[in-house]
Design a protein around this ligand. Structure first.
Ligand SMILES: [Zn+2]
Length: 76
């Protein structure tokens, strides 16, 4: 086992937060703590959720909360 001791797993939300603060979602996409919170954790509201610290989450952008946002890639 070579699991990084610094990556965290949220058993409630089923995601992994790597030591570089990148959130790995169960569907394979990645995001920020803010995005994770906006999309999952704020609804979970379970004490076991590891992503409840507002200081770590930071500012949740409006875009982070759009569950049904189309997959538009502006990366050009
Ligand atoms: Zn969580």
């Amino acid at each position: 086992m070579t699991t990084s001791s610094q990556s965290q797993n949220c058993p409630v939300c089923g995601v992994t937060i790597a030591n570089n603060e990148v959130v790995q979602f169960a569907n394979g996409s990645t995001g920020t703590r803010a995005r994770l919170y906006a999309r999952v954790c704020q609804y979970a509201k379970k004490p076991d959720c590891i992503n409840q610290d507002k200081n770590l989450i930071g500012e949740v952008l409006k875009d982070d909360g759009f569950l049904e946002a189309p997959q538009i890639n502006f990366d050009s």
